[in-house]
Design a protein around this ligand. Structure first.
Ligand code: SF4
Length: 928
């Protein structure tokens, strides 16, 4: 809103963070149509003003110079498969989308169309897409990337509690005596919640934390007890704990008798899970297992937190149910501090569950397989019927497209060419589908390059609606600025396609999509919840405006939502009793063997989120874990003959990729870890079977029978040295946000090399972008290729110092401006690349340095070069690991972490680095 003098005044808008399921409230500061800042909302109950490193930098991802490089700004179409996308107007794009979908339905039936959406959509967006698929197209082929995230949680809750109802809330963190985190690393994945756990433990020293995780993550290091189980053995562990609880007489017999059923059958199963057996299966000490069961049994209130470690598994439902069994057997549910709290990875995975926008569900927590539920929804929507044919879940949808059965794919707000397992099949699906619609805020994603039609969508700060966080709390999402270019809200795009389709498929009946605002859509959604476990008929947009976020259920006539469920011991089953599930432990779908002897697991980085399409645009978030790598135990590294940073070939039964190897204290022998974020946007290469793309070239699509969630957390791999003698690195300042489009254009070179990664360099300045490309190959490529790459970094001019030895394929380019380093390129064997270390230190320092040309082209570090600050640990203050270690080496006081905060200022802002600061302080103390 401009002032009287034409200038814009600062406006503050309350909204929600678009990343993880904690659902933190944010205040967006904007000037005119520009987001200029973001703060934690002190009044939002999920975070009380706190934000993590990702949430606190949201405004940087919304800068106009960033937006111009990566956002989808205009509708685009392709005239032929090999033609480039060309800009068109909205009417042309929407008419074409409706015509192609209608034509596909006419020729091949409704099930030849698949809609694949996202847990990042708002509830209103989901609702329209869901109705469009089921009521209008008459197909149940609608699923979302929440299938990769929490569908096993849904199945686990329904199997045991009778409904997809999270029984507890974040306030239970303070009430709990024991927090049991299984398959979750909240220090990285849900940082604001982890800050809350840290604080609760400070105020209540008797509160215990147990972490179950194959890796010794920052969350595990902070725990009183870490159970480093072998991947996939969670069911055995939980059964083993129940075995001990029964043996020790810690079962709440009154609760079991009055409020549950099926305990005798479960007792029979867990009889076989004696401590020694379980310790052997899980790879943990029997004493630790006994300790965990004892702490569980003696705690007044036990809260379990769990996430992808349980969900992303071919036994995901069994793992969820086996954990819930422990709560039911000990009566740890329905009271303060007690219950199983599934943490969602995405901001609105819960909203998707509520509107039923997943192939197996229906609106209002109904089941597609239930004819009564289908009839209820058909009546509410005013259509004759909801089709009974089961819909295709995510993996099946892409398999069907690869097989030619699904012919039109509409992909909304997600990046399957990065995130789905077994990318060979996914890529075949995207190539074979006759029409691929990509509706996204970002044009830069790997999936974007497969679009036949690109529909530009609004993103965070630009749209209105609601989301539900992990604790069932509904928050308003508010628009602070207009979307850039011609981008539009997802619900509005879906409504415009739906109306055009309705005119073609139901001529004369254009009534299904009368919406002109998100509130109208939400009001209709609200009606689908009437009488259901998530009934919100007592809630309105106006109440959310006036009174802030609210829990569901909130039925008509009530005075508020309910923080906890099942406090009366009545569950959503036919009998009203909770049901014990009795799964047997089943090993991972792909066990290791002599040929594939490493257990590969995947997980999150602290400062990145999903496929990095947003967080990967913020330079300061790229300093903590700058380059893709495979982590291994130090002894395995040695056994393989690898040194830190050497390239390793990691091969699964589906493909092979190359990655730098890194020693990690987090892993046990025989384990390997690669972060899930790294996709084709960042790294790739050429192997014996052609080009490869990111980590999901290795992962497998085996899935859980009930939840259909794939086993992204485990694959058996073979690891060996990559034996690539020729190495290449080029880096430089490229000015402002131009590095983003440069990073994208450099992807075209990836397949030239056997390994190639292209990542931003964080040099402590948000406005001064810099990029690094690292590559390796069995044979040096054509020098003209390298000249083309170096030209993009400005290293081709006469002002760059040059050295070439064509016989040895050695080359160097160094460009300085005055005495300031601008960029460099080095190629040759590993010895040639030794110069990278000091050139990078000089580059990162930004300091002037007077050197002769021969010094500049030498591998030897000049005595006057600046020392490095090391890898960034605190991304808010840009404090590096070396700075922290140097400080602590000379610190002799009692409280090193307070001293670090006081002197270096690290850890003083968002707090995401606090667990790592504690870890470094402890390790320096041990070494002194
Ligand atoms: Fe966003 Fe971080 Fe809060 Fe998650 S914990 S909602 S990523 S600010």
């Amino acid at each position: 809103m401009p002032d009287a003098d034409g200038s814009a005044s600062l406006r503050s808008t309350r909204s929600t963070c678009p990343y993880c399921g904690v659902g933190c409230g944010v205040i967006i500061d904007s000037l005119g149509e520009r987001v200029v800042g973001v703060r934690g909302d002190p009044d939002h109950p999920a975070n009380a003003g706190r934000l993590c490193s990702k949430g606190a930098t949201l405004h940087l991802s919304a800068r106009p110079d960033t937006t111009a490089q990566v956002r989808a700004l205009h509708p685009k179409m392709r005239t032929a498969r090999d033609a480039p996308l060309a800009r068109c107007d909205w009417d042309t794009a929407l008419d074409e989308v409706a015509a192609r979908i209608a034509d596909t339905v006419a020729r091949h039936g409704a099930d030849s169309v698949g809609i694949y959406a996202s847990g990042q959509l708002l509830t209103e967006d989901y609702y329209v897409l869901n109705k469009l698929a089921r009521a209008l197209l008459q197909t149940n082929n609608i699923d979302t990337n929440s299938r990769l995230c929490m569908s096993s949680s849904v199945a686990g809750y329904k199997q045991t509690l009778g409904s997809d109802s999270v029984p507890c809330c974040y306030d239970d963190i303070e009430h709990a005596d024991l927090i049991f985190a299984a398959g979750a690393n909240p220090a990285f994945a849900h940082p604001v919640l982890f800050r809350r756990i840290e604080e609760a433990r400070r105020h209540k020293p008797s509160q215990r934390l147990i972490v179950v995780d194959p890796r010794r993550t920052d969350s595990a290091r902070a725990a009183d007890l870490h159970l480093p189980i072998q991947p996939g053995t969670d069911v055995a562990l939980f059964h083993g704990m129940l075995h001990l609880l029964i043996w020790e007489g810690r079962v709440d017999a009154g609760f079991v008798d009055t409020h549950t059923e099926g305990f005798e059958e479960l007792k029979r199963i867990v009889r076989d899970y004696a401590p020694d057996t379980v310790a052997r299966l899980c790879g943990v000490d029997a004493a630790d297992l006994v300790q965990a069961a004892q702490w569980w049994g003696e705690s007044g209130a036990v809260l379990s937190l769990y996430c992808q470690g349980l969900n992303q598994s071919s036994q995901g439902t069994a793992k969820n149910s086996a954990l819930i069994n422990l709560h039911l057997a000990t009566g740890q549910i329905g009271r303060p501090g007690a219950g199983p709290l599934s943490l969602t990875g995405q901001p609105n995975a819960m909203g998707g569950r509520e509107v039923g926008a997943m192939a197996t569900l229906l609106a209002g927590h109904r089941d597609l397989a239930n004819p009564v539920h289908r009839a209820e929804i058909a009546r509410l929507w005013g259509v004759q019927a909801i089709p009974s044919r089961p819909g295709l879940a995510a993996i099946e949808m892409f398999e069907a497209a690869a097989d030619g059965e699904v012919r039109a794919l509409w992909i909304v707000c997600t990046n399957p060419a990065q995130s789905l397992p077994n990318q060979t099949v996914v890529r075949r699906a995207l190539e074979r589908a006759e029409f691929v619609i990509v509706q996204d805020a970002y044009e830069s994603t790997a999936t974007g390059s497969y679009a036949d039609c690109l529909l530009p969508a609004a993103s965070w700060g630009e749209k209105d609606g609601t989301v539900t966080n992990s604790e069932r709390r509904i928050s308003r999402v508010r628009r602070a600025v207009r979307p850039p270019g011609q981008a539009r809200a997802d619900w509005a795009i879906a409504v415009d396609v739906a109306r055009r389709l309705e005119a073609r498929l139901r001529p004369g009946h254009c009534t299904l999509f009368p919406y002109s605002s998100p509130e109208q859509i939400w009001n209709e959604h609200r009606e689908t919840t009437r009488g259901r476990d998530l009934d919100i008929t007592g809630l309105t947009y106006a109440m959310l405006e006036q009174e802030g976020p609210q829990f569901w259920p909130f039925p008509q006539g009530s005075h508020g939502g309910r923080a906890r469920l099942f406090d009366g011991g009545v569950f959503q089953t036919t009998s009203g009793r909770a049901r014990f599930a009795s799964p047997q432990y089943v090993a991972v779908a792909e066990p290791t063997d002599a040929r594939h002897s490493f257990a590969l697991t995947t997980g999150r980085l602290r400062d990145q989120w999903h496929g990095m399409s947003r967080t990967g645009t913020v330079g300061r978030l790229c300093g903590h874990a700058p380059e893709p790598c495979v982590q291994l135990h130090e002894a395995d590294l040695q056994l393989l003959g690898l040194e830190q940073g050497d390239l390793a070939r990691v091969a699964s039964r589906r493909g092979a990729i190359v990655l730098p190897a890194q020693a990690s204290e987090e892993l046990r022998r025989g384990q390997a870890f690669v972060a899930m974020h790294w996709g084709e946007e960042v790294f790739g290469g050429h192997g014996s079977s052609g080009a490869w793309f990111g980590i999901n070239h290795l992962t497998l699509d085996a899935r859980d029978l009930h939840s259909r969630q794939p086993e992204l957390k485990h694959a058996a791999v073979r690891i060996e040295p990559a034996r690539l003698p020729w190495h290449y690195v080029v880096f430089g300042r490229v000015g402002g946000a131009r590095w983003l489009s440069l990073q994208r254009s450099l992807r075209a070179h990836f397949a030239t090399f056997d390994y190639c990664a292209c990542v931003p360099i964080w040099a402590g300045d948000d406005a001064d972008g810099a990029l690094l490309l690292r590559a390796a190959a069995a044979r040096p490529p054509d020098p003209a290729r390298l000249e083309a790459i170096e030209a993009q970094f400005g290293l081709d001019g006469s002002d760059a110092l040059r050295y070439d030895d064509a016989r040895r394929a050695v080359r160097r380019r160094v460009r300085i401006d005055g005495a300031r380093m601008i960029g460099a390129a080095l190629a040759g064997d590993r010895a040639t690349l030794r110069a990278e270390a000091w050139l990078r230190e000089w580059f990162d320092s930004g300091m002037p340095l007077q050197l002769t040309p021969s010094q500049l082209l030498s591998s030897r570090r000049p005595a006057t070069a600046q020392p490095s600050r090391g890898r960034v640990v605190c991304s808010c203050t840009s404090v590096g690991e070396q700075q922290i270690c140097d400080f602590l080496q000379h610190f002799s006081g009692a409280e090193p972490e307070s001293a670090l905060r006081e002197v270096l200022r690290c850890g003083t802002e968002c707090g995401s680095c606090q667990p790592e600061l504690a870890r470094i302080a402890a390790s320096i103390k041990r070494s002194l």
